[in-house]
Design a binder for this molecule. Structure first.
Ligand code: BGC
Length: 895
């Protein structure tokens, strides 16, 4: 009897894509002991989810593809987890490479194909792995050069066999550029990121295989000052930072040749050192380059480094901190911009208008006689005569010029130059000293910031809101350079309050998670044993007793909390649990009957100076104290620390009661200060008994009416008002505030030509701050209605608000599971809503509708649509459970 061949199981429609390790695609230099792997799933079909997965990992790619996994083989794991799966294979050694792939099973038990192989590689994990020494150039005086020019270091070495793999592990403080055989390595700029160097310094891993050759090779490194050696007196005393020293280099390169032999090249006393053409560089002042001081070919094998201007490198102590891998998105040049106008405002004084404000620097192409010096000064504003105005950003600088680069020509044809070790915030560049007149194209600009990828897209029928959105994105990018800064010119500091106020917006718009992870580690480096935190992170010692307080410091708790909410990442809450708890305990030591009187308040309200707010700072400080205690309680619960969870939850409740006793008047529904901020604080921080909320909301609505539908808050209240109105069902009022065009409003800035968000409603001071940027989160949350229902958007709420004169909204957010879409448009009194829910997640979708029977999906009654189930009806909307897939709902809007 012949047996009929069994029918092979059909392949799953699921496809694995976008595999990442610690949020990065194929990263080198990972130091996390149990790196987390994540993947996304794609499918054309609805109701797709993962029911099991299998990860295979091997040290060799071919072996992996042949199914041989020497590092890790999970077998089939019955689990829907596709995000943050911890590596649990063989212990990973220093420099271990790991190829991995994954396949998944769908709800019907069918397997997907394996993902294409992905890669990650460990860095130098133990201090003893470092054989290199810290080196620099001995002090040299260069005739006619006032400061110590930036060092250049070189090392010649031989390779006898073809290299098959080579990694350079490099830390050059403050900044470095690496060259191999005359070729610049990598596309990062301003590496490594700023840290509290005497606690922790970062090294960067580069694949240099392709730059090496058999025979003579040369490694060359240029060093800049960065935050390591702030030379000029400025706002928060970084010139007195305890770590401050001359620029220095630590480099270790491992080369494996085709016969398996390994060559290790380390920075040490055998390197040769000299000075380069950068004769001055300071973060806020700018950079001076004298091209006549260039040593042509210094980074190639043909160069002779035995001249009198070369010396043996000097070995010196390191910065004091431990070495860690830079494991986050780097800073890059992300674009080149041509001026929209170039005017000669006075003889020899030219002003370029770049058309918008951003962070970066100029790139000039100039020819002229040797010794000619071209000066570039950067500004955000113009004077009436058309010349630049730096008055709004130069304030904090106590010595030297503000945002000024200088280039001295060597006089050899066309010279193309751009600075390396500084950056600026600007829209206008004043050019003086130019030989003749610059032509269009001679002065261009480079856009420079941490090179985030977009995670969100937003557009709507209101052009003003679209322009505000563009300003939100611009201010965010211009203010991320390895840390979230307040502004890209005056201070460039990691002001904590600004950062947490923006963080939700940033997470909707960008893949900031690896960068935030690094920055939260910076908090641990600056936290005092008492638990106290400074207002700027990192700090050189300034900012513990002014510029801080719960409304700023809470960044240390809120950003990990947001990463948990928006990315499903609990690791920061775990890793910093003790630090967070210590911070809350510290607040306990300064609180009086649970009231915290210390700290900055509702900064930069519309009238008066920056801190002239009417809402008492102690009210907002105490509200943050309560929220912080809640976060610690929830983090404790996640970590299984039940006693702590109870303790901090009781503390939060005691703070809440103290807050109400002190600031709330139940008779009037008013709060101390009787202003938008104090009312919104009570609502936003969830401090009121449920029964009291309508009363306070009413008072808030009256306050807003008294201001004719305008915001009357600084940076704290502005965030609260928009969200608590929306949560209370009054997104229409928030929309009215958002679309105002006279003072104070975002629209008022736009009407005055803003291309980024400003520091103050009245337009004084910086024109590139992001602390009012949370309206960018409101676009996604309130208009698109996309909100994480469970951590990491595993379950999404899609609840758009059809408000005001808005005709349509398109909001897309790439969650850890894939793209969530909420697009809607009005067609008369009908609403068409396009929704996408990525595989392996699901959603609660609120469809505005007269009644649920008035809702259809894909042209059929919604009750017959696959993947959709009615959960309930509410006044004015029907609520559905929606599985993964794309859907088109149509409804009749309530009358
Ligand atoms: C910064 C702000 C910061 C504030 C707090 C300012 O100088 O630019 O953004 O939050 O100080 O004091």
């Amino acid at each position: 009897m012949t047996r009929r061949p069994s029918v092979p199981p059909r392949r799953s429609a699921l496809r694995v894509h976008d595999p990442t390790c610690e949020y990065l695609a194929n990263p080198l230099g990972i130091e996390t002991a149990r790196p987390r792997l994540s993947w996304k799933l794609r499918s054309e079909r609805r109701e797709e989810r993962q029911t099991a997965y299998e990860v295979q990992a091997a040290s060799d790619r071919d072996a992996l593809e042949r199914g041989k996994s020497d590092l890790w083989k999970t077998g089939k794991v019955r689990s829907s987890q596709s995000v943050h799966v911890e590596y649990a294979g063989r212990a990973l050694r220093s420099r271990q490479g790991c190829w991995w792939r994954v396949r998944v099973w769908d709800a019907r038990g069918r397997a997907s194909p394996y993902s294409p192989p992905a890669y990650f590689e460990m860095g130098l994990l133990r201090p003893s792995d470092w054989r290199a020494r810290w080196i620099t150039c001995p002090p040299i005086t260069v005739p006619d050069v006032p400061e110590q020019p930036s060092p250049v270091l070189r090392k010649a070495f031989r390779l006898d066999r073809p290299p098959v793999s080579a990694r350079a592990y490099v830390s050059g403080l403050g900044y470095f550029e690496l060259y191999v055989n005359g070729r610049r390595i990598g596309d990062h700029v301003l590496d490594p990121a700023f840290t509290r160097y005497d606690r922790r310094a970062l090294y960067v891993t580069h694949d240099v295989t392709g730059a090496l050759a058999v025979g003579e090779n040369v490694l060359g490194v240029m060093l800049g000052n960065g935050w390591y050696n702030c030379q000029t007196a400025e706002v928060w005393n970084f010139q007195q930072a305890p770590w401050r020293d001359r620029p220095k280099l630590l480099l270790q390169m491992h080369v494996t040749s085709d016969d398996g032999t390994e060559t290790v090249v380390c920075s040490d006393g055998t390197w040769r050192a000299s000075t380069g053409p950068v004769i001055f560089d300071a973060l806020r002042n700018g950079e001076t380059c004298d091209a006549r001081q260039e040593k042509a070919g210094w980074d190639t094998a043909a160069y002779d480094d035995r001249g009198a201007d070369w010396h043996d490198a000097q070995i010196l102590p390191g910065p004091g901190g431990t070495m860690h891998a830079q494991q986050h998105t780097p800073i890059r040049v992300t674009g080149t911009v041509d001026p929209v106008a170039l005017r000669e405002v006075r003889p020899g004084v030219f002003v370029c208008d770049m058309g918008r404000t951003f962070s970066g620097w100029a790139r000039v192409g100039v020819s002229g006689p040797a010794g000619t010096q071209v000066t570039l000064r950067y500004a955000e504003k113009l004077l009436e005569d058309g010349d630049i105005d730096q008055s709004n950003i130069a304030g904090g600088l106590k010595s030297g010029d503000c945002q000024t680069d200088r280039y001295t020509l060597k006089g050899k044809g066309l010279e193309t130059w751009e600075p390396r070790f500084t950056y600026h915030g600007f829209r206008y560049i004043q050019v003086t000293g130019w030989p003749g007149k610059p032509a269009a194209g001679d002065v261009r600009s480079r856009v420079v910031h941490t090179d985030f990828e977009r995670r969100g897209e937003f557009a709507c029928s209101n052009e003003l809101l679209n322009r505000i959105h563009v300003c939100v994105l611009g201010s965010t990018l211009s203010n991320y350079h390895g840390l979230p800064t307040d502004c890209p010119h005056r201070e460039k500091n990691g002001w904590t309050g600004d950062a947490h106020l923006s963080a939700e917006q940033v997470l909707y718009n960008f893949n900031a998670e690896s960068a935030y992870t690094k920055w939260i580690d910076d908090f641990a480096d600056v936290q005092r044993p008492s638990g106290q935190l400074p207002g700027i992170v990192p700090t050189g010692g300034w900012g513990y007793n002014w510029g801080s307080g719960p409304a700023w410091d809470s960044a240390y708790l809120l950003i990990p909390w947001y990463l948990y909410r928006y990315r499903g990442d609990a690791r920061l809450l775990e890793r910093h649990y003790e630090g967070m708890r210590r911070y809350v305990d510290f607040l306990g030591t300064i609180a009086d009957g649970h009231i915290v009187r210390f700290g900055l308040g509702d900064w930069c309200p519309p009238t008066g100076g920056a801190d002239s707010h009417v809402c008492p700072a102690e009210l907002t400080s105490t509200a943050y104290y309560c929220s912080d205690a809640r976060i610690v309680s929830q983090a404790a619960a996640l970590a299984g620390k039940a006693a702590d969870a109870r303790k901090y939850s009781r503390l939060a409740e005691a703070i809440r009661q103290a807050f109400l006793r002190r600031y709330y008047d139940p008779a009037s529904g008013q709060l101390t200060g009787r202003c938008q901020t104090s009312l919104a604080t009570a609502l936003y921080h969830d401090l009121l008994p449920t029964a009291e909320r309508p009363k306070v909301l009413r008072a808030l609505l009256e306050e807003i009416d008294r201001r004719d539908g305008h915001i009357d808050c600084g940076i704290l209240g502005t965030k609260y008002v928009m969200h608590c109105l929306t949560d209370a069902g009054r997104a229409d009022v928030a929309y009215r505030i958002a679309t105002q065009e006279d003072f104070p409003s975002w629209g008022h800035w736009i009407r005055q030509g803003a291309t980024t968000l400003w520091e103050r409603w009245d337009g004084e001071a910086s024109r590139c701050h992001h602390m009012f940027s949370d309206i960018g989160a409101w676009f996604y949350k309130a208009l698109g209605g996309i909100v994480p229902e469970t951590p990491g958007f595993r379950r999404v709420t899609i609840r758009p608000n059809v408000v005001g004169d808005l005709e349509w909204v398109r909001a897309d957010h790439k969650s850890p599971f894939g793209t969530i879409r909420s697009h809607w448009r009005r067609e008369g009194n009908r609403l068409v809503m396009e929704v996408a829910v990525p595989p392996n997640s699901d959603a609660t979708v609120y469809v505005p509708a007269a009644e649920d029977s008035a809702v259809s999906e894909g042209g059929r009654p919604v009750r017959r649509a696959p993947g959709v189930a009615l959960l309930r009806t509410e006044p004015g909307r029907a609520v559905f459970n929606v599985c993964s897939g794309t859907y088109v709902f149509a409804s009749e809007l309530p009358g």
